[in-house]
Ligand binder design. Sequence first.
Ligand SMILES: NC(=O)c1ccc[n+]([C@@H]2O[C@H](COP(=O)([O-])OP(=O)(O)OC[C@H]3O[C@@H](n4cnc5c(N)ncnc54)[C@H](O)[C@@H]3O)[C@@H](O)[C@H]2O)c1
Ligand SMILES: [Zn+2]
Length: 383
Amino acid sequence: MTGQFATGQVAAQVHIPPMPARSAGYDVVIRAGVLDELAPHAAATGAARYVIIADDNVSRLFGEAARASLQQAGLVTDLVAFPAGEAHKTRETWQRLGDRMLALGCGRDSCIIALGGGVTGDLAGFVAATFMRGVPFLQVPTTLLAMIDASVGGKTGVDTAAGKNLIGAFHAPTVVLADPRVLNTLPSRELRSGLAEAIKHGAILDAEYLAWIEEAGPALRRGDEASLEHLVRRSVEIKAGVVAEDPLEHGRRAILNFGHTVGHALEQLSAYDIPHGFAVGIGMVVEASIGEVLGITAGDVRQQLARVLRLLELPAAPGAVLAPQLFQAMLLDKKARRARPRAVLLSATGSVAPTNDGGWTHEVSEDVLAEALHSTLSGSRFV
Ligand SMILES: NC(=O)c1ccc[n+]([C@@H]2O[C@H](COP(=O)([O-])OP(=O)(O)OC[C@H]3O[C@@H](n4cnc5c(N)ncnc54)[C@H](O)[C@@H]3O)[C@@H](O)[C@H]2O)c1
Ligand SMILES: [Zn+2]
């Protein structure tokens, strides 16, 4: 039968030209009170209707007011809430949110507003990436971590039983609105957890910024609006700069993982009881110590990191963790190769040490880890 359709020479492959890029650049607007300008920013997308996605805490705190402001501006808007917490950053919640949008009658001309912390940004962003093969979305981060980290870089996704963030997509927002005023209601643990990522930004790329964080420590802890606004702006500049050089995470973007090889392992060993930023803070100190043992990191880096962390009431030492256990947990990290974990190491404050072959992560042996841990064991803990 097949011969019946043969019309002579048919090419065995057809070339499809590249699709036009979906994502233009976008702005991160950082200003106290910018949440009051949500409606005009939303309207600028030209969507026919809007869905604000928020967890139940944030929905209660800011959701109704946000919805009312959009409706007053004549925008058709729904507010959809899901239960707060990392445990709900799942495909089940993603499915429920998408189904809810379908039930509301949302089409391709809809726009999603992710109002909340990093869990909401990742989850609502992934709904936006996949609903009708992608609709525009605005990021309105309401935690410090979401403002300086999760909302910049276009990564969206959900967790699975096999690990965190394993299913997802790159999908950039149309705009990010970061209003430091909303941090007033943020619990202290959440604020401090975010501050650890800001310390990381200074540690890897800007020694002056790290010194400023130390100076502004007491004001930051008090929640001083102007200091937080400056912190968010500088951290976003640093993260955006790294992301711009390596948008799809093929190389240099790995430097944002400073403190994270050890940090993720500590989170895992604590069964995720310890907040992410706390673990990253300790991770930075241990990784500075690893760098010292390897002769890569200058001796004052670890002291400075520990001092700034303590000033911000963050833990600066790993407590009673054993090297073999930590080493095993570090092997689960995505950067591990050939049964050896790898870590980003600094040469000095504000500068990351490249490897001899131009990479950004250094191999860590169990002996080196044991020696590094030994020298960090004296230190106070605030958890
Ligand atoms: N996409 C990325 O590039 C990226 C980067 C870093 C982290 N993340 C993800 O971010 C998530 C962590 O984000 P998070 O720490 O913001 O957690 P989160 O979103 O769970 O927020 C923490 C808690 O604070 C509450 N909350 C949020 N804003 C509040 C406010 N203004 N006042 C009072 N309470 C408020 C939330 O309801 C929640 O209970 C993780 O899932 C992580 O994987 C993503
Ligand atoms: Zn982190």
